[in-house]
Design a protein around this ligand. Sequence first.
Ligand code: 5GP
Length: 214
Amino acid sequence: MSKKGILTVVSGFSGAGKGTLMKALLEKYDYALSISATTRAPREGEQHGREYYFLSKEAFESMIEKNELIEYAQYVENYYGTPKSYVEQQLSSGKNVILEIEIQGALNVKKMFPDALLIFVTPPTAMELKERLVKRGTEDMETINKRLKRAAEESAYMKEYDYIAINADLDTCVEDMNATICKAAHMLEAGQKFTDSKDNTSLITRIQEELKAL
Ligand code: 5GP
């Protein structure tokens, strides 16, 4: 019987440095990254088929109708979804697949793929999140505030994740994520469920309070 890969879902607040983190992780380690479809407009430097498949609302809705998405969600007025075929092909060929998606989608994936590993990436503090969003300069202040409000709502779901990765230092966080995925993959092969040995309750409570106070 051939070995199936593990499906890892990475979520985190917008501005948590996920993009840079995923890029560094994929440059160093051999994972298959699923490219999502979205109705959001491309940011400067983004390419169709590389960062996302940039689709019209009609084309996206047609994928929903044809059941071509594993999951999809609406996030700050746009659709985002995970095409099914690539993920299924890669997993059955034994590759470890990563999805970088928001929380609603992640929880839906977990329902469909109970063996999936859910990782949540957070900056060490909420203030740092705001600073990163402002520094990135790709969104206006109104959108940044919407994303911060969304982050405060999302923080309620951090406890549903299997692992919380703190992105204070890029290289450390990349190693931490890779080690966690490898551990979960080995446990899955042995028929065991990954559980984090750390108790994250106080970390989650602190981040939630900081986000509310922003
Ligand atoms: P951004 O517009 O900053 O690229 O992404 C906004 C949010 O959409 C991020 O939290 C990102 O993880 C999420 N996202 C990207 N692709 C997908 C997807 O296929 N499904 C879901 N549910 N969320 C996604």
